[in-house]
Design a protein around this ligand. Sequence first.
Ligand code: 9UX
Length: 69
Amino acid sequence: MLTETFHVKGMTCGHCVSSVENSVGDLDGVEEVKVELEKGVVEVSFDATQIKRKQIKEMIEDLGYSVDS
Ligand code: 9UX
């Protein structure tokens, strides 16, 4: 299990948090999603044999947020 941090811009309310947690949490291979709204940080624990960082980043971007790196 790998845990990676994403710096996400554009999450401003609790519904953003739910939407990121649900959509990223539903991806195959994702074990846990933690969102720190104040910091704009999303921490994702995932099985690196099933999903790559890039796919998680793209899911967050598809929801309408921008992700650094
Ligand atoms: Mo709240 Mo987030 O109205 O994209 S859902 S700001």
